[in-house]
Ligand binder design. Structure first.
Ligand code: GLU
Length: 475
């Protein structure tokens, strides 16, 4: 059996991080099984679906590296992959069910429906029970529809318990009576989600359905439809929901919820997928930093967790920082470039930029943070903090300051080279007899105004001499 999984987004908004996680699990599962990952666009909600949202979702998925094997833009044996182009197929299946007595045209008036709904609330019974199918026989119904009457088609729910096996939740059981005869085709010829989703999964030969736990109740109806059309059921894995730290369902209140927002803020796609992957799934070797392409041999449906996954932006940021740290400098140079807003930085040579990026990559969590580091590097004025006052009060510091000041005056180029800076240090050590903390803290205080920071031997040759001069002059 070739594993075939799908991600089936509705293009009614930007790609949500929960959706991205579902897409990711399907994608990795397909890769781990040598299977196919299919993208199907569930665009039957004509009011809310737009081509712009679809394009934006596709673009975000591509950015995350979740590229489908079959679907929009690529095609495949089982197309079309937009539900809106498959309406005839759903109608055919619905009419077959009507003919077999497993579904019926429902000619109830709105008042009838309302009455039924009231009655079901009062009696605690499921709404829209099958007796309403008696309102017309198949032949009568056909004639009424042929004469132009409009009626939805409802699925006739059988009076029995329903159960299915789930890779995350085990045996899921629904006692009979939980659901009334539900609409599968609306009067406008558009199917409902629970119907077309099953028809498509069947026709697309989907073997595993991996999706959010919020769909478990839908699965009850879907199992009934699978049985009615005589199709084999796929295997299910309903993964836990994402919740905020307040244990509420993840929403805008908890921060950015669309992939687009993270992308714009400068998060790395590999960090985002790494983080999303661990929200409800765990690595067999308990690794927390990895690349998705390395999961092929270890990913399995048995490592999903049943409990809700808490979304923690700080953890995501930390992971982003870890991926930046692990990045090679040439890649860093290319990938940071769209985020670097500092004009001075943009005018420097690639060598200068690489030295700067290497120097600060350990200290940042997001690419745009490099701009703040640039501001620090170009800061001309020195803030007289208590720490700096302390350093300046040591008896060794004035000699360092005077030496540095004199040496800076001699530099005719824009930067001090590394050797010259080493000589300055050696002079302080050998001639001024200053060493250890008084030397290093003294130099740092005098040249940067700070009492801690990155390696001076790299930082000082990277800082424009005119900036260094202004800092020292102000002490
Ligand atoms: N279009 C549905 C959604 O976006 C698909 C759910 C499913 O995977 O069955 O929630």
């Amino acid at each position: 059996m070739t594993v075939r999984v799908r991600f089936a987004p509705s293009p009614t908004g930007n790609l949500h991080i929960g959706g991205a996680r579902t897409a990711l699990y399907n994608y990795i599962f397909a890769k781990s099984q040598g299977g196919k990952y299919i993208l199907r666009i569930e665009d039957t909600d004509k009011e809310r679906s737009t081509k712009e949202f679809e394009a934006s979702q596709l673009d975000d998925m591509k950015w995350l590296g979740l590229v489908h094997d079959e679907g929009p833009g690529i095609g495949g044996e089982y197309g079309p992959y937009h539900q809106i182009e498959r309406l005839d197929i759903y109608m055919k299946y619905a009419l077959d069910l009507v003919e077999q007595g497993k579904a019926f045209y429902d000619f109830c008036s709105d008042e009838d429906l309302e009455q039924m709904s009231l009655k079901s609330k009062e009696e605690g019974t499921p709404p829209y029970t099958g007796k309403w199918k008696e309102s017309s026989t198949w032949d009568e119904a056909k004639a009424r529809v042929a004469a132009g009457e409009k009626a939805p088609i409802r699925f006739l729910v059988s009076d029995k318990d329903v159960s299915f096996k789930d890779h995350v939740r085990g045996d899921v059981k629904f006692p009979k009576g939980m659901v009334g005869d539900f609409v599968i085709m609306r009067t406008n010829g558009v199917p409902t989600y629970n119907f077309c989703n099953v028809i498509d999964d069947h026709l697309h030969k989907i073997t595993h359905v991996i999706r959010g736990e919020d769909h478990v109740n839908n699965t009850l109806r879907q199992v009934l439809v699978y049985e009615a059309i005589g199709a084999d059921m796929p295997e299910f894995a309903h993964v836990s929901l994402l919740i905020g730290e307040d244990r509420q369902k993840l929403s805008k209140r908890h921060g950015a919820t669309s992939v687009k927002q993270y992308r714009e803020q400068g998060y790395l796609p590999e960090a985002l997928v790494n983080y999303l992957c661990l929200l409800g799934w765990s690595h067999p070797d308990e690794k927390d930093i990895f690349k998705i392409e390395n999961l092929k041999d270890v990913f399995s449906l048995s490592r999903f967790s049943k409990s809700h996954a808490i979304y923690d932006i700080e953890k995501l940021k930390w992971m982003n920082g870890q991926h930046i740290k692990a990045m090679d400098v040439d890649e860093l140079l290319t990938r940071t470039s769209p985020f670097m807003t500092n004009d001075f930085y943009n005018q420097q040579t690639d060598d200068w930029k690489k030295t700067f990026l290497e120097l600060y990559k350990e200290k940042i969590t997001l690419f745009p943070d490099f701009n703040e580091k640039m501001d620090e590097l170009l800061n001309e004025s020195v803030e007289m903090t208590e720490d700096l006052k302390d350093i300046l009060s040591w008896e060794t510091t004035p000699a360092i300051r005077d030496h540095i000041k004199a040496e800076l005056e001699k530099v005719s180029s824009d930067y001090v080279d590394t050797d010259a800076f080493s000589e300055w240090m050696n002079f302080c050590k050998k001639e001024l007899k200053i060493k250890g903390k008084p030397l290093f803290m003294g130099l740092r205080g005098v040249l940067t105004g700070q009492n801690h920071g990155p390696d001076l031997k790299v930082l000082i040759p990277l800082t424009p001499v005119n900036i260094l001069k202004k800092r020292v002059a102000s002490l």
